[in-house]
Design a protein around this ligand. Structure first.
Ligand code: BG6
Length: 467
């Protein structure tokens, strides 16, 4: 590997979190409820009321990130801390919290990378129809404007919406859809259209208000493999790649709907209602880079046309499939995490290359990581060698992709510090730092450095040459 190119000297090594999974203080200092807060928790799994208590521990947390040598930190702002009802009255204490957090990061020379919306739609907007209601587009634009005005002097990197594609593909799971709808997919793609407009408006506004800043979408992108070299499986893989990945990035970058997906909409009756002026707005907005989350690849096969065939775990243990379009499949070549997610480091290289090939924009990985049942041993030791192994292999593949010619300027694995997972509580941990609490016993929320903490510190200080 002597010919390998290295990481750029200013490569943004960091880590990620999201507000609702990390902060806690769910109804404090004027914060309004989001869809996350208004949903009943799953059985045996904690809610998000306290989470990791970052709201009160932020100084200690930022000091830990600084100790690892973080160059960047990707976090999300809770819309309901800024606008408790999603729109209308501003909450000054919310502005104050993020202002302090940003200052604290800058004190250590850590670049803030801000996600504007990470699954936590204000409950008040949801009551009015959420993303089905075009009013939410204006609310998001006003919220974006507020963020730019208050933090734009210090924040140079902005991400619009986290994993819009996952919210649409697994819409009901994220609670933004009425389960009684007759045709939920049609409605989801209508919501999708509105979210795309909201994103476009935020990107346009960012250019206007903050000429020095950069903004990007942040979908979850996975390369899609055909289950075999059977041509029908390859067509299915193409279909799923368009529906899962390219729909979202093509609109963001090229300002138009992906043609394969549009034909699929027409065939299935999912075509969204597009109002006059919508396509012009989508065409006018341009991202400066591409941020994406990667956990694993996806594998699909040809559909037999049977609507009950969903089955196989396409990716991230999510069953995928749609009659006549593609069907989920396993991938016998991949190892799996304790939670059943495929581990595919080479798939990250494939993903980086295909995104770059298509869009020729600089990229940053805003999530990648391994969820596991970490064990806190006596003497405050967490031997998470499996996490080190996972991250090491993915960083190796980043280097290979850079050598292939892609522009990758940052790596922010999930998660900087332990937080609550989307469906499996605190028991499924991702961080470099252990947060001492159980599902229901909150203990003291003590922060404990895992073995991966010391490992990542070395990765960063060697700029990725010692992994
Ligand atoms: C991403 C999300 O999909 O995956 C995060 O952006 C999430 O919010 C992460 O936590 C890991 O998924 P999970 O379900 O293990 O928490």
């Amino acid at each position: 590997h002597n010919h390998l190119k290295g990481f750029e000297p200013d490569f943004k090594w960091g880590g990620s979190t999201s507000a609702y999974q990390f902060e806690g203080a769910w109804d404090e200092d004027g914060k309004g409820p989001s869809v996350i807060d208004s949903r009943p928790p799953r059985e045996g799994i904690t809610d998000y009321k306290v989470a990791s208590g970052h709201y009160y521990h932020y100084k200690e947390d930022v000091a830990l990130l600084a100790e690892m040598g973080f160059k960047a930190y990707r976090f999300s702002i809770a819309w309901t801390r800024i606008y408790p009802l999603g729109t209308g009255e501003l909450n000054p204490k919310g502005i104050q919290f993020y202002s302090h957090l940003i200052d604290e990061l800058l004190k250590y020379g850590i670049e803030p990378i801000v996600t504007m919306y990470h699954f936590d739609l204000p409950a008040a907007l949801e009551k009015e129809g959420g993303w089905s209601n075009r009013h939410t587009i204006a609310a998001f634009e006003a919220y974006a404007k507020t963020l730019f005005e208050h933090f734009g002097d210090r924040v140079k990197y902005w991400l619009t919406i986290n994993e819009q594609n996952m919210m649409i593909l697994h819409g009901s799971a994220l609670g933004t859809l009425d389960p009684n709808l007759k045709d939920p997919k049609k409605e989801l793609y209508q919501q999708n259209h509105h979210m795309l407009l909201a994103q476009a408006k935020a990107m346009i506004l960012c250019k206007e208000l903050l000429p020095g800043a950069k903004i990007a979408p942040a979908p979850n992108i996975s390369c899609v493999y055909p289950a075999s070299s059977r041509p029908e499986d390859v067509v299915a893989a193409d279909n799923f790649a368009a529906i899962r990945n390219w729909l979202y990035l093509d609109i963001a970058v090229f300002g138009r709907y992906n043609t394969l997906v549009w034909s699929y909409f027409e065939e299935k009756g999912y075509t969204p209602d597009i109002q006059e002026g919508d396509m012009e707005i989508l065409a006018a907005a341009k991202p400066d880079f591409i941020a994406f989350n990667y956990y694993s690849s996806a594998t699909v096969k040809a559909s037999t046309g049977d609507s009950a065939e969903k089955g196989g775990m396409g990716d991230q243990q999510i069953s995928v499939g749609e009659a006549g379009v593609f069907a989920g499949s396993g991938n016998e070549y991949l190892e799996r995490t304790e939670f059943g997610w495929g581990i595919d480091p080479a798939g990250l290289r494939v993903t980086l290359r295909s995104i770059y090939d298509r869009y020729q924009l600089p990229m940053i990985i805003t999530e990648n990581g391994l969820g596991a049942f970490d064990v806190l041993e006596e003497g405050d030791v967490v031997r998470d060698e499996y996490r080190i192994d996972y991250l090491r292999k993915h960083i190796e593949q980043c280097r290979l992709a850079i050598t292939d010619g892609v522009e990758l300027f940052g790596y922010c694995p999930w998660s900087a510090i332990d937080l609550i997972s989307t469906h499996q509580g605190i028991s499924k941990r991702y961080g470099f730092v252990y947060v001492d609490r159980d599902e229901y016993d909150l203990k003291q929320l003590r922060r404990i450095r895992k073995n991966s903490f010391y490992w990542y510190k070395n990765v960063i200080s060697s700029n990725g040459s010692v992994i």
